[in-house]
Design a protein around this ligand. Structure first.
Ligand code: NAP
Length: 274
């Protein structure tokens, strides 16, 4: 059976492609630009844009299961073509769908809920890989992290565990209609996170805790807009309970305990070394 993975060049999608290919499944990876995709040998890469359903006819041909992202474009705007995508999936003979959940349900989730397709929502909390995006450059340059809310707890999940859950759901039964909140094995504070990373890298990383006003000033100087700054203050300063509550879904679905942040840090230590 062919499994279509959308968002296949992204943090999570790339790992879903890996996981499925490694287990011998026939994977088709969607990207807007196959020339830049950089996917492993042997993976079928197809061009298509989720915002333009007519561009997806070839991608959906002969597909029985599909992993979907729920946004389109580099600004993560909610996908507006959910209804057309679901109709195309149903017409193509797709049976199973996973969706990588974002901040809120949008037209895609609504169209799936109204359809006959077997679909499963994957709702990860904070990705461990955000550390790479947010911290690697500063740590490499200065060995210091300056942030507010050092005591903020997060049950961060390893992106490879999100991929493992997606692959299990796409190739197995019993997951239709479920929402899986996906977390790592423990909730840790930002200061603990810095300590664990420092240990893995083998170099000192200092944590300088900023007040909210100092953080606003720093982020303004870094070029962030007022909306993003206030979003960050809210998200980091008042993380909802679901973001720091460990749940057993990864192990229940995959049969394997979720990977820890220490494991993630050891795998990615080179990216933080001065
Ligand atoms: N970071 C977190 O802590 C976190 C936590 C929970 C949930 N999430 C959710 O995770 C999602 C982001 O996942 P990610 O980090 O794996 O993504 P990512 O690394 O930013 O990759 C984005 C992917 O989306 C594809 N894409 C964008 N617009 C497209 C379009 N119009 N048509 C087809 N493909 C398109 C890109 O493909 P091409 O460029 O190759 O076309 C790329 O593969 C978001 O929904 C976010 O809300 C994130």
């Amino acid at each position: 059976m062919t499994i279509l993975v959308t968002g296949a060049t992204g943090t999570v999608g790339r790992l879903i492609v890996d996981e499925l290919a490694r287990n011998g499944h026939q994977v088709r990876a969607l990207t807007r630009d196959p020339a830049k995709a950089g996917l492993p040998e042997g993976v079928e890469v197809v061009a298509g844009d989720l915002a333009v359903p007519d561009s997806l006819m070839t991608a959906f041909e002969g597909v029985e299961a599909v992993h979907l992202i729920n946004f389109a474009g580099d600004d993560y705007a909610p996908l507006k073509t959910g209804e057309q995508l679901v109709a195309l999936a149903a017409k193509s003979g797709v049976r199973k769908v996973t969706v990588l959940g974002g901040r809120a349900d949008g037209p895609l989730e609504q169209a799936l809920a109204a359809s006959e397709l077997e679909w499963t929502l994957l709702a990860p909390v904070e990705f461990m890989s955000n550390t790479l995006q947010w911290w690697a450059q500063t740590i490499k340059a200065e060995g210091v992290i300056r942030e507010p809310f050092g005591g903020r707890l997060s049950a961060m999940v390893h992106e490879r565990d999100i991929a493992a859950v997606a692959a299990t759901v796409l190739t197995g039964d019993g997951h239709a209609g479920r929402t899986y909140t996906l977390t790592g094995p423990q909730a840790i504070t930002t200061t603990e996170k810095v300590r664990i990373l420092s240990e893995a890298v083998g170099q000192e990383i200092r944590f300088v805790e900023l007040s909210e006003d100092e953080a606003r000033a720093k982020w303004r100087a870094d070029g962030m807009g007022p909306e993003t700054i206030e979003f960050l203050i809210g998200a980091l300063g008042d993380t909802p309970e679901i973001g720091y509550t460990v749940v057993p879904a990864v192990e229940q679905v995959t049969g394997r305990a979720p990977r820890s942040f220490a494991q993630w840090a050891a795998e990615h230590a080179a990216a933080f070394k001065r």
